[in-house]
Write a protein that binds this ligand. Structure first.
Ligand SMILES: Cc1cc2nc3c(=O)[nH]c(=O)nc-3n(C[C@H](O)[C@H](O)[C@H](O)COP(=O)(O)OP(=O)(O)OC[C@H]3O[C@@H](n4cnc5c(N)ncnc54)[C@H](O)[C@@H]3O)c2cc1C
Length: 382
């Protein structure tokens, strides 16, 4: 795999309930700005004049793009208006299921699908091999993925396969010259920001899940999706998760819009039923502290924090969680934090916009009852 010089950025897009996962939409926004700043006309100034990601890029299709290249900047109105270089997206799903129009709304100019017939589920090595093949085909000089468990694992495999360094959890990147990027990324679970230079072609980056908001350019617009047939060895499919209860249920902890967090204050495994009920009513999922997983009350895949999942929901309702620094490392990206805690001095309260000082065993059933009443009689709650 060798990087192209034309500013093409390839982004891995994960699906959640058939739609691009929020974390992938953020990664796409990051990738689009990288493509804009690294387009064929060279690094372009961003709105703040730095050219760094995190600010919108220039508009207009790239000059000199090959018309036959499906990943070339689109001349279609609305499809890639802010893309200077090309932005390609790879999705592991049948072409008919890939939401090409949504991707185009985020500036994608070439959408590709690896069909389940070729890769029948989540196979990290096969996903990485596919990305490597497509990166070569479209001449990508950067490959980007969300900093989710999958995105991180796949890009790490891609780095190992190709011998190219991979920078994890980037919050910004600026292309200073071909093959060189100035990046800022999270270290120590987000406790510090590192300035670094990444010299690699292509550059492999995962995007910290709370680094960039997802910003579409337009509403969905038409974009054909092409099947991409990767060249795989049977060993690439040795590890393949064909089914995931979490993904089948449609909402994953890393991408959920609402997370109901439970800590030691929940009191035991049986205490989580009301939290599950509340999460179900709000279309969210349950996340937990490490005490909860250490006690065996809930599985580790639900742990939020430095040694768990980093979450970026609209709402994090932290119930019976003290707010230890290692827990906050995983939930600081939540847009709104609301705490329920018996202790008015709990550190979590200093991070929360609102807090209910009280026993969660009383507060959560009351919340559930209020939401059910509202759903049953909407006319009483205009
Ligand atoms: C290397 C390392 C990595 C770690 N990684 C993680 C990580 O990824 N994630 C993580 O969470 N932790 C992690 N930890 C552990 C972390 O330091 C804390 O010990 C842990 O987060 C505390 O969990 P907790 O808030 O549930 O429990 P506690 O700190 O015991 O807090 C319980 C809270 O519940 C409240 N409470 C009690 N009863 C009720 C009730 N009935 N109603 C309402 N509130 C009530 C209490 O007032 C208290 O604030 C890590 C630690 C280390 C050393």
């Amino acid at each position: 795999m060798t990087g192209g010089a034309a500013g093409t950025v390839l982004c891995l897009v994960e699906l959640d309930a058939g739609a691009p996962a929020d974390a992938s939409l953020r990664a796409l926004t990051f990738a689009r700005r990288l493509a804009a700043a690294a387009g064929p006309s060279g690094p372009a100034p961003s709105a703040d004049g730095t050219g760094a990601l995190g600010a919108p890029g220039p508009s207009g299709p790239a000059p000199g793009a090959a018309a036959s290249d499906p990943a070339a900047p689109s001349a279609q109105p609305g499809t890639g208006a802010a893309v200077g270089g090309a932005l390609a997206a790879l999705v592991f799903a049948s072409a008919g299921e890939v939401p090409g129009n949504t991707l185009a709304g985020y500036g994608v100019t070439g959408a590709y699908a690896v069909e389940p017939g070729a890769v029948p589920g989540y196979a990290p090595l096969a996903w990485a091999r596919s990305l490597a093949g497509l990166a070569t085909e479209v001449g990508a000089d950067a490959v980007v993925a969300a900093g989710t468990e999958r995105g991180t694992e796949v890009l790490a495999h891609l780095g190992a396969l190709t011998g190219v360094p991979m920078a994890a959890n980037c919050v910004s990147a600026e292309r200073t010259e071909p093959g060189k990027y100035r990046i800022v990324r999270h270290r120590w679970a987000g406790l510090l920001l590192e300035d670094a230079e990444l010299a690699a072609s292509p550059a492999l980056m995962t995007v910290a899940t709370d680094a960039v908001p997802a910003e579409p350019l337009t509403g969905p617009v038409g974009l054909p999706v092409r099947a991409f047939e990767p060249e795989l060895a049977s060993a690439d499919l040795r590890v393949c998760a064909a089914e995931s209860a979490e993904h089948a249920a449609g909402v994953s902890l890393a991408t959920a819009r609402v997370v109901i967090g439970g800590g030691r204050g929940v009191g035991g495994a049986e205490g989580f039923a009301p939290l599950e009920e509340l999460a179900g009513l709000l279309g969210g999922v349950v996340g937990v502290s490490r005490v909860v997983t250490s006690e065996g009350w809930r599985p580790h895949k639900q742990q939020v924090g430095q040694t768990g999942t980093r979450i970026t929901p609209e709402l994090y309702l932290a119930c019976g969680i003290s707010g230890a620094i290692q827990h906050m490392a995983g939930c600081a990206g939540a847009k709104h934090i609301v705490a329920i805690n018996t202790d008015p001095g709990a550190p979590m309260l200093s991070h929360a916009e609102y807090a209910v000082i009280g026993d969660l065993k009383e507060v959560i059933p009351a919340l559930v009852a209020a939401i059910r009443a509202r759903t049953a009689s909407p006319e009483l709650f205009p």
